[in-house]
Design a protein around this ligand. Structure first.
Ligand SMILES: [Fe+2]
Length: 251
């Protein structure tokens, strides 16, 4: 059994709640699909946790902390620059110290036993969003589907769910809530978005992640103490208050 999580976004309370939930189930293998940084108040503590995981990929926010934020809204950019400043204050110019070297070493994509892992999409691992609405764009899904074998896990949109290939140019969207007993991927091509640990955006404020036992995908929701995270956000001038407020609504 493996747990797959994404988009921690420096939210320590959400991450520790999710890791505890994973441990309670006796799951040993944990993969993180990136965006460990950006938006949240605890970049270093979250990196310290992810350094110990079995796999961490590079996300677009992680890359921006390392290089330069390009194409982000002002509030996201401000937080990225603050994360970089925090890292540089503690360990010198990136990527020299342990956290910087860890970030610079992260792969953009991983493939194992025919399963692909990316942050965004297999076509553009760092940047491309695949939203539930893309179910109305079968050409996009066909193109993306041609770039992995049968199963691909991704994050980036912060919206958990499955894109299931049913016939030529026909895909179905399966909402995470519809997979409570697990979704059997046998014999199907599936793109699975695992949702977000630290900033869910599907109107459910609980942290989200997925598990896969080689056959079935399940989504898990975990309550966490977001009021503590929000208080930390309010206390940091470089992080806009709304980035805390949205945690209450899962938006
Ligand atoms: Fe993200």
């Amino acid at each position: 059994m493996r747990a797959i999580l994404s988009d921690i976004h420096a939210n320590l309370e959400a991450l520790t709640a999710v890791l505890a939930d994973i441990e309670r189930q006796g799951i040993r293998s944990v993969y993180n699909l990136g965006d460990t940084l950006g938006y949240g108040p605890d970049p270093i503590a979250c990196l310290d946790h992810t350094i110990r995981l079995d796999l961490t990929l590079l996300g677009n926010h992680d890359q921006a902390v390392l290089v330069h934020p390009d194409g982000f809204c002002q509030s996201a950019e401000n937080c990225i620059l603050w994360h970089r400043a925090i890292l540089e204050r503690t360990e010198g110019p990136l990527p020299t110290g342990p956290h910087g070297k860890f970030l610079a070493s992260l792969p953009r994509s991983h493939r194992e036993n025919g399963v692909r892992y990316v942050h965004g999409s297999p076509r553009s691992p760092l940047y491309e969003y695949v939203f539930p609405e893309d179910i109305d764009n079968p050409r996009k899904l066909e193109r993306i589907g041609s770039m992995f074998e049968t199963l691909c896990f991704c994050g980036h949109t912060h919206v958990p769910g499955l894109f299931v290939h049913v016939a030529d140019e026909r895909w179905e969207y399966v909402y995470a809530e519809e997979c409570e007993k697990g979704f059997d991927v046998t014999g199907r091509k599936v793109l699975c978005n695992v949702g977000s640990v630290g900033q869910p955006r599907d109107d459910d404020e609980r942290a989200c992640y997925a598990t896969f036992d080689g056959r079935r995908i399940r989504f898990h929701r975990v309550e966490y103490d977001f009021e503590t995270t929000i208080k930390k956000v309010y206390a940091i001038p470089e992080i806009a208050n709304f980035l805390g407020d949205r945690l209450r609504e899962g938006r």
